[in-house]
Design a protein around this ligand. Structure first.
Ligand code: FE
Ligand code: FE
Ligand code: ZN
Length: 278
């Protein structure tokens, strides 16, 4: 079975988001842990969380993905920004314990002129201050497009972060197809080659989720503009190969395409059609 969902708004609570996922034909979803502009996350309503958990169990959901705010930058040159990011990370990881055995994803960060090496050590340092060996969440670094001073557009950079984390068991990677393509990895003409490289550099076992997006731009553009499935530089044929690839086909796929709910429902239906069930 294809594990597929989209980004959804958590504003009406946990059970509501689960119901919304079902309405669009999804069996997973992604949500922001808090307003992307930052600020306090809402208090967790444990009864509401329990309703979501039973809905997920009944409908055989795969793991869900909580996404950190985009503004969370653990390797900014500004200490205040780093401190704010650290507090967000720590609070998010604590809160994820209410939803055990799921995924938490964040953008590694932008070094804002400090250089990649300093950025990598600051990211790993924050993770080491937050991660306790017994946490029940898998923490994912997202592959990035490489715009500005973003870290994570090369597999080697993600590997370097993981290498510096003490409790590596909880670390994984989220593969964003738009970002990887924009970073210059040719998943259209050489998906096998790219995934073999991922395996060689990071290890395929670290791959825990896919952000399934087309790209508005071309290979290696470093732009990060998501496009609807099949409407961009990646195209439907490559996306069909992606969802069926032996290294990817059992992972949860999350759409972050420019769509409202009906658009997500259509893309989910299309992808289910393209998924080969053995
Ligand atoms: Fe992201
Ligand atoms: Fe993404
Ligand atoms: Zn993006």
């Amino acid at each position: 079975m294809l594990n597929i969902g989209s980004h959804l708004s958590i504003s009406n609570g946990f059970e509501a988001i689960g119901k919304q996922a079902l309405e669009i034909g999804a069996n997973t979803f992604q949500f922001f842990t808090r307003n992307p502009r930052g600020g306090a996350a809402r208090k967790i309503d444990t009864a509401d969380v329990e309703k979501l958990q039973s809905l997920m169990q009944k409908n055989e959901f795969s793991q869900i993905l909580a996404h950190a705010p985009y503004t969370m930058n653990l390797c900014s040159a500004k200490e205040q920004t780093r401190e704010f990011a650290f507090n967000t990370l720590a609070d998010d990881v604590n809160r994820m314990e209410y939803l055990p055995n799921n995924l938490y994803n964040f953008h590694p960060g932008s070094h804002t002129g400090q250089g990649v090496d300093i950025g990598i050590s600051q990211i790993a340092d924050a993770l080491n201050r937050v991660i306790k060996p017994n946490i029940q969440t898998t923490i994912l670094l997202e592959t990035m497009a490489g715009k500005g001073s973003e870290i994570g557009s090369k597999f080697e950079e993600l590997r370097a972060i993981i290498d510096l984390v003490e409790y590596k068991d909880v670390m994984g990677v989220c593969f964003d197809t738009c970002h990887v393509f924009d970073a210059g990895y040719d998943i259209v003409n050489d998906l096998d080659g790219v995934l073999d490289e991922f395996d060689r550099v990071i290890g395929i076992d670290r791959l825990k989720a896919v952000h399934l997006n087309d790209s508005m731009n071309y290979l290696g553009c470093h732009k990060d503009r998501h496009e609807k499935i099949g409407m961009g530089g990646i195209g439907i044929d490559a996306i069909e190969r992606i969802i069926n690839h032996k290294y990817l086909r059992n992972l949860p796929f999350f759409l972050e395409t420019p769509n409202e709910l009906d658009g997500y429902a259509k893309e989910i239906a299309l992808l289910k059609e393209k998924y080969i069930v053995f």
